[in-house]
Design a protein around this ligand. Structure first.
Ligand code: FAD
Length: 474
């Protein structure tokens, strides 16, 4: 950084585009006189290095600068400026993407960590800034006895980050994805236009932004649906010897809706094999505890109650694993995750084949294969792609390698591609938070009949093509 520039940044003086264009070459000839950029761009090595990493630790892309906007107006200003300068821009929430999707090589990373206000909690809705974490949203709403109907298993993700992809949780069978729980979004389009969209106003943008992989706009504020928060959650773990018997019981439990949350997994048993488990939760108020016998009737003999916690503590349970992985260093290793949805009609056969080709080292000691059925009837977000069947199975290879070995991570990414191709040819779909390269034709195939919706919105609202290059969509 030049001494002049450092002086300006330290003095907190706004940097103008004139200064910026002197520092960042690349304004195209004949473009209009640059407007002042009101947000301080950070171009120090530390800020750029942090924005060149994500939870995946597989891809690194250095931005030219990082901006930390404090308002929608500042975001609009940065986007207009970036378009003039022909710089790519990626929003960054909590940086938990796994394959560089919040990065912008030689462009601008817009760090939303200063945009975290919880504006209002009403009985049926909460209004939050998009950089807020789900943890903060839950804390604020629980204080009023309310909660979002769908929470991700990990609450350290930002609202904008999950609304850009979908946001699935244990209650998705009942309530759909987090993108189905949105009343209204405040956004800034790739042209730098500030708008409010909902199912009744700018509906086409509302549909293109939710699960739209941040291609048309940056979400600045969200109005999200709330439900009454249950007091407590009792969790059951049911054990099986194989995937077939697990699937039979999962389907039975899904069919009669006996649990409020239903998930499941295949996990390394520590001896080179697998353990098969159904994970189920029941919400209750302390005056009416659940009837364990009735809930477990007809399901696996081998079962246990693994926890009985307040709703808030239960929703935060992943924090324990996070703490462990941070302390043993595995949180910072590469995470070549693959997340998909299988068709209900062939999920068992496809999952069995994929699992037969894996060994537990592919996942690491704390890794797992998530596998459970969910109804799709409540999932209505147009760009969230699911197999067209009433029941689908999220099928996720949550790889948590014990070592930071980069070559191993690259091999797993290559395997992800092979597994994805097999799943796709069996009618399955990608959940696009996965670690694998996708080309524009792959994306066209992924979005299928919904591709025109995204393509038209992209052309209309981000005509400079500056937003979110990390997906390689256009
Ligand atoms: C430990 C862990 C657990 C997870 N559990 C779940 C789970 O249970 N369910 C689930 O659905 N997913 C889960 N995920 C995946 C997660 O939902 C996505 O990776 C999500 O995008 C991460 O949010 P983030 O705030 O870290 O986003 P980032 O990594 O910062 O960004 C992800 C993408 O969203 C875009 N983006 C971020 N903010 C905005 C915004 N305001 N407007 C527009 N675009 C934006 C970015 O540009 C980028 O393309 C998990 C991930 C991890 C690491």
């Amino acid at each position: 950084m030049t001494p002049d520039r450092r002086t300006l940044l330290h003095a907190g003086v706004s940097v103008t585009a004139t200064l910026a264009s002197a520092t960042f070459a690349g304004q195209s000839p004949g473009s209009p006189e640059p407007q002042p950029l009101k947000t301080l761009p950070l171009d120090d090595a530390e800020s750029r290095a942090a924005a060149a990493q994500d939870f995946g630790h597989i891809i690194q892309r250095q931005p030219r600068v990082v901006c930390k906007p404090r308002s929608s107006a500042e975001i609009a200003d940065i986007l207009r400026w970036a378009r003039q300068q022909e710089l790519k821009v990626a929003a960054r929430g909590q940086g938990h993407a796994t394959y560089g999707r919040a990065m912008a090589e030689d462009g601008i990373v817009m760090d939303l960590s200063a945009l975290t206000a919880i504006h209002r909690v009403e009985p049926d809705r909460v209004v939050v800034d998009a950089g807020a974490t789900w943890h903060a949203v839950l804390e604020a709403t629980l204080a009023k006895g309310r909660a979002p109907p769908v929470l991700t298993n990990y609450l350290g993700l930002s609202v904008g980050g999950t609304l850009a992809v979908g946001g699935i949780g244990g209650s998705s069978s009942r309530h759909g994805l987090q993108t189905d729980q949105v009343w209204e979004l405040d956004i800034v389009t790739g042209e730098g236009v500030e708008l409010t969209c909902s199912s009744t106003g700018h509906a086409e943008l509302f549909d293109a932004v939710r699960a739209g992989l941040a291609q048309c706009a940056i979400i600045t504020r969200a109005t999200l649906r709330l439900m009454r928060a249950p007091e407590r959650v009792r969790r059951y773990l049911l054990h099986y010897t194989d995937l077939d018997s697990l699937t039979v019981d999962q389907r039975r439990a899904l069919g009669d809706a006996r649990f409020d949350q239903l998930q499941g997994a295949v996990v390394p048993d520590g001896a080179g094999g697998w353990r098969y488990q159904m994970e189920a939760g029941v919400f209750y108020d302390s005056s009416t505890p659940p009837d364990d016998k009735a809930l477990l009737a007809g399901l696996a003999d081998k079962h246990e109650i693994v926890s009985d916690l307040t709703f808030g503590d239960d929703a935060n349970a992943f924090a324990k694993l996070e703490k462990l992985l941070r302390s043993n260093g595995q949180w910072f290793n590469p995470h070549p995750w693959l997340l998909t949805y299988l068709r209900g009609s062939n999920a068992l056969a496809v999952a069995n084949k994929v699992i037969a080709g894996l060994n537990s080292d592919d996942l690491g000691p704390f890794g797992r294969i998530t596998y459970y059925p969910m109804f799709t009837g409540t999932c209505r977000t147009p760009l969230l792609r699911l197999p067209d069947e009433p029941v689908v199975f999220p099928f996720n290879l949550i790889r948590i390698p014990a070592s930071p070995d980069k070559a191993n991570a690259d091999r797993q990414v290559a395997r992800n591609r092979a597994v994805y191709d097999r799943i796709r040819s069996a009618g399955g779909m990608l959940y696009p938070v996965s670690a694998l390269a996708m080309s524009p034709p792959d994306w066209m195939d992924h979005f299928g009949p919904r591709w025109p919706l995204l393509r038209e919105a992209k052309h209309r609202h981000d005509p400079g093509g500056i937003l979110t290059p990390g997906y390689d969509l256009f």
